[in-house]
Design a protein. Structure first.
Length: 163
């Protein structure tokens, strides 16, 4: 598993997705987060307000690529602040929250900060094209005639008998 560089307040992102016209509950958000994490090879911790869901819903949400936290009597913002505070390398974290208090805490720990609306746009954007760039023709066909000798001469490696 990768380190946890992305910490998310789930409720903030669900509201931002709703504002963008995407009706996402906890399970859909977790699917989006999991896909995002796999594509970018980052682990994600998400905090939701309230108690954990019923067992059957929890199984639907469970995903090995993300760590899910529930706030219980506290708020998801409090849980995220605890996660930030317990991190030994907070500069490596990206904190996703629209809450100014969480952003202030993250800024003090020198975390990267993203507001939920920006992150929601990233979650719903088409997957980046990860195909490698095309190979240059010279790799398959070799260098044009005379260019090898030119480079050997330039580098002082030309055969003196060829002169």
């Amino acid at each position: 598993m990768w380190a946890v560089p992305v910490l998310v307040v789930g409720n903030n992102v669900m509201y931002a997705l709703a504002d963008a016209g995407v009706d996402a509950g906890r399970s859909m958000l977790c699917e989006l987060l999991s896909r995002y994490g796999r594509q970018r090879r980052v682990a994600i911790a998400v905090a939701f307000d309230g108690a954990p869901p019923r067992r059957d819903e929890a199984r639907r949400i469970d995903d090995q690529h993300i760590s899910i936290h529930y706030s219980g009597e506290r708020t998801a913002d409090d849980v995220l602040a605890d996660l930030i505070g317990s991190c030994s390398a907070p500069r490596a974290l990206t904190v996703v929250s629209s809450d100014r208090g969480v952003q202030r805490h993250a800024r003090r720990r020198r975390c990267r900060i993203l507001d939920a609306a920006t992150f929601a746009r990233w979650l719903t954007a088409p997957a980046p094209d990860l195909a490698p760039p095309a190979e240059p023709d010279a790799k398959r066909n070799g260098l044009p005639a005379g260019q090898t000798e030119q480079w050997l001469d330039e580098l002082g490696m030309a055969d003196p008998d060829d002169s």
